[in-house]
Design a protein around this ligand. Structure first.
Ligand code: 3PG
Length: 330
């Protein structure tokens, strides 16, 4: 009997790994497509309109989910006031992180935004240390040296450096670290699935973002931009906008479906590895000029993130086994 139970456990563990592997691969592929269409759309307008582009992607995702609920393709989530109250700070962080990343990509190469965004673990440590009071062993702090150093090297050697582009990616890092911490807390013990959690997040973010987008850019500017983009690119421009919006929702939805199953730490490791595929594919597709020293900076930053994740994983394994030991003995 115990052998059978162990075999069942090993099987379900293997099935879980396969499932997470599929989620990760889908998430990365959807993200690459999103990034390509997002940049194509931003480049198409006479002025990039990052606020409009961000709003449209949230609006499209919200609409898709409202239709899925109405037609019962997806189960409507059962939520209460408490749920939306807890979701509010997550939505504020999501909105800020989303707009900031889009503003960044409107100013610099997609690859540069993602190189800076690969520094997200450094923000995670700072937020955990100074806002949550968590402490880490020296190995974790040391692993931040290549992350920060690599990002800095990539930034100073970036041929098309732009301060707004750089700051946008930094703000996005900070906002998304907060979003992921709050999300995992908000999802814990709740009956709302990862997919529906992200749908509600999209809806709330859309409500938060729309008035700001109207105030910063506004319908008059947008109408002029669309007219120009349509006359220069033709009807396929509408498809580009649709693709960037649909893929934005899908990749985030899949990422939340995996966050439902994994820790925020594994999530951020998956996210950083995702950036390698985005950096490489966008350099190839957009013919981004890269100097060897610039590529070296990016490689050091990504390697630093890998080391960081290994150190944090070791700590979490040690903490878990310590907890088990204490439970057994006391
Ligand atoms: C956005 O617009 O929200 C960003 O492109 C997202 O970036 P990330 O999901 O790769 O962190």
């Amino acid at each position: 009997q115990p052998i059978e139970a162990a075999a069942v456990e090993v099987k379900s563990e293997a099935a879980k790994r396969v499932k997470i592997g599929i989620y990760f691969a889908t998430w990365w592929a959807l993200n690459v497509v999103f990034n390509i269409y997002n940049k194509k759309v931003l480049n198409a307008y006479p002025y990039p309109y990052p606020w409009l582009t961000s709003t449209l992607s949230l609006a499209c995702g919200s609409l898709m989910m409202l239709i899925s609920w109405a037609t019962r393709i997806a189960e409507t989530p059962k939520t209460d006031f408490e749920f939306w109250k807890t979701l509010f700070p997550v939505a504020v962080a999501h909105t800020i992180g989303h707009v900031a990343a889009t503003v960044s990509m409107s100013k610099v190469a997609v690859s540069f935004t993602h190189i800076i965004k690969s520094g997200e673990p450094a923000f995670s440590v700072l937020v955990s240390r100074f806002l949550l009071g968590e402490t880490f062993p020296p190995s974790v702090y040391l692993s931040l040296v290549p992350i920060i150093g690599g990002c800095a090297l990539a930034a100073v050697t970036e041929l098309n450096f732009n301060m707004t582009g750089f700051m946008g990616a930094m703000i996005s890092n900070f906002a998304f670290v907060l979003r992921n911490i709050f999300s995992k807390k908000g999802m814990k013990g709740k009956s709302v699935s990862g997919m529906n959690y992200y749908a509600c997040l999209s809806l709330l973010s859309l409500l938060i973002l729309t008035p700001f987008a109207v105030a910063v850019e506004g319908p008059q500017m947008w109408a002029a931009g669309w007219k120009k983009a349509l006359s220069e690119i033709g009807p396929q421009f509408v498809w580009w906008v649709a693709a960037q919006s649909v893929f934005y929702h899908l990749y985030n939805q899949v990422s939340y479906m995996s966050l439902d199953e994994i820790s925020p730490l594994t999530f951020s490791i998956g996210n950083t590895m995702k950036r390698i595929s985005v950096i490489v594919s966008s350099i190839i597709i957009f013919h981004t000029p890269v100097q060897p020293v610039n590529a070296l900076g990016a490689a050091i930053a990504v390697l630093g993130t890998f080391l960081y994740s290994q150190f944090r994983r070791t700590i979490s394994i040690m903490n878990k086994s310590m907890e088990c030991h204490l439970k057994k003995n006391y």
